[in-house]
Design a protein around this ligand. Sequence first.
Ligand code: PLP
Length: 399
Amino acid sequence: MSNWQELEHKYYMPTFDRLPITLVRGQGATVWDDNGHQYLDFVAGWAVNSLGHCHPAVVGAVTEQVKALIHVSNSFYTIPQIKLAELLVNNSCLDRVFLCNSGTEATEGAVKLARRYGHLHLNGAYEVITATGSFHGRTLAMVSASGQPKFQKPYIPLPSGFINVEFNNIEAIKAATGSRTCAVMLEPIQGEGGVNIPGDGYLKAVLEWCRQKGLLLILDEIQTGIARTGTLFAYQQYGVEPDIMTLAKGMASGVPIGAILAKERASVFARGEHGSTFGGNPLACAAGYATVKFILDNNITQNVKEVGQYLTDGLDKLKREYRFITGVRGLGLLQAMEFDSDLAQSVVTACLDSGLLVNKLKPSAIRFMPPLIIGRKEVDEALGILDGVLSTTPGKAGG
Ligand SMILES: *Cc1c(COP(=O)(O)O)cnc(C)c1O
């Protein structure tokens, strides 16, 4: 067998901090490496494999589509694209859809849309207020939008037009608003930045402020959307309706896709003002339609609520057992566990050795984002492995 990891080190740009396994197969919430070892997957491709690995509904839809039509240009109408757009509009508070290929492309497009709106309706306003600790993607503009210096510093000078203000602080948004402001862009729950939950009333206060000032509210639901938090979109649990919303990660169970959704009044792109070669192509849309339809038809949101609560209860129990766990937070099947020191790497590695994949969120925290179709059995198995790992964490056991 080839030594794939050595070859990777030789040929691939060293941008990723990878764990030392090479994955070759997946089914449901389980993946296998090239040595035949099996792992319970609580990373799910960073909240991407909504229906788990190789779900029959997705495999079936993609197989059919790949035999019929993989790609044509957007100068033609295609059926999967239209079906997916209709499904998203009929199940959200938004009226129109633009499909693209990734999260960063969706947020970048959302900012372009807000700038068009500013040109047309807000005297040329173009600035977008975002939050510290946010993550909106990796293009230069989205690095500038993401309020995290670690992503920004390597690339200065950054595109202008973004103001990063403290998350969960409505006064900071008010203070940053000026005649140049056209929109506020937030994740309902900050995913990559730490699974940071908004305070009571924060999102409502932001929406109220946007209405008062005529600004657009953009919600980046790339991580929280498509049932991840227990409702199809997280905004439904916070009593707010965005003017623009972005989706990506979990929308097609692993086939690359992204989406910008907008209310009619904010849907101001004219012909030729935005576009994409691959965006909305039949193959990706067939996977997206199959995923979202399965989630709706099988009440997967209810499963996420129940199993998510069960996971929270289990993590809380571990928190009571081990004093070095300082916090458990999250919603639905997006959860994090915080430690009192930089234990994340060793916990992630030990879990891996015991057959469980979890994500290192930051040096002192780990994140759980399993497929949305898991049951209590998988949660029990994951908690059992985690308990075993935590109980042998050097010098840390007991409490
Ligand atoms: C992952 C993520 C992005 C970027 O998505 P990519 O597909 O990696 O470009 C943007 N916003 C949020 C909230 C995300 O979680």
